[in-house]
Design a protein around this ligand. Structure first.
Ligand code: SF4
Length: 250
């Protein structure tokens, strides 16, 4: 009506709203246009901490008198050991687990990732399989089996242990055997078998016979981690356990 009367009406201008560009156009713009200037920061933040690389500590000779230590001194000596370079990558030493009167001793290779994290040998899936194998011959790691490894610290990336590492660590295992005096040792896996028997023969050729380590009869079998990857060989491991049990029964 006012317009019809020749009166001009001044309406407030509507705010200009930016329209979203099509996605393709936006992407093209993002790939060719210079990056937008960084928005001013509300407040200065302290710089994020830079992760520190672990500092390699110097090695030190293994404690003397290992061959006459009692259990407590031996375990403390392992926990403090810096006799080989594996000490620099470990989270925990893995001494061994089981009762000090166990008739059966299981010896494996070295801690893996789970063992290093928990400080106990044979945990994870391989540990469960070992527990099942032991239960099948009426044994239990908490009450009647002592479990240890040749090496007490984890080789990085689960690589094979080096001869110098075995040479430095083996006296701890030998003393464990002396203190435990098991009636039989089950050596599990190529590395453990070859280390304690000082041989290069494969496990398959060493099975089914009695060997000796530190004066204790040794029965050789496959490592549970190997059996998880090679299920048909479980039957052979079962035969090895029965062989060990027959020696205990004799
Ligand atoms: S692997 Fe054995 S010798 Fe090497 S640092 Fe560990 S406990 Fe000591």
């Amino acid at each position: 009506m006012l317009a019809e009367m020749g009166v001009r009406v001044f309406l407030p201008e509507a705010p200009v709203v930016a329209q979203p560009a099509p996605v393709a156009a936006a992407e093209a713009a993002m790939s060719s246009a210079p990056p937008p200037a960084a928005a001013p920061r509300a407040e200065a933040r302290p710089p994020a901490p830079v992760p520190q690389r672990p500092v390699a500590m110097p090695l030190a000779p293994r404690a003397t008198g290992v061959e006459s230590m009692d259990w407590a001194a031996l375990e403390a000596s392992v926990a403090a050991c810096r006799a080989c370079k594996l000490c620099n990558g470990r989270r925990n030493t893995v001494f061994g687990v089981g009762p000090a009167h166990a008739e059966v001793m299981v010896i494996g290779e070295a801690p893996g990732e789970n063992e290093d994290a928990q400080g106990e040998p044979f945990v994870g899936q391989a540990g469960k399989l070992l527990d099942n194998m032991l239960r099948a011959i009426g044994r239990d790691r908490r009450t009647s089996v002592y479990i240890a490894n040749v090496l007490k610290c984890r080789p990085p990336g689960n690589r094979n242990p080096e001869p110098e590492e075995v040479a430095q660590c083996e006296p701890f295992l030998r003393r464990q055997v002396d203190l435990l005096k098991p009636r039989i040792i089950l050596a599990m896996g190529r590395f453990a078998v070859q280390s304690i028997l000082q041989t290069t023969e494969p496990v398959g050729k060493l099975r089914g016979r009695v060997h000796h380590y530190n004066g204790v009869p040794v029965v050789v079998t496959y490592h549970p981690a190997y059996l998880l990857r090679n299920l048909p060989d479980k039957a052979k491991a079962w035969a090895d356990l029965c062989f060990a049990q027959s020696l205990l029964d004799a």
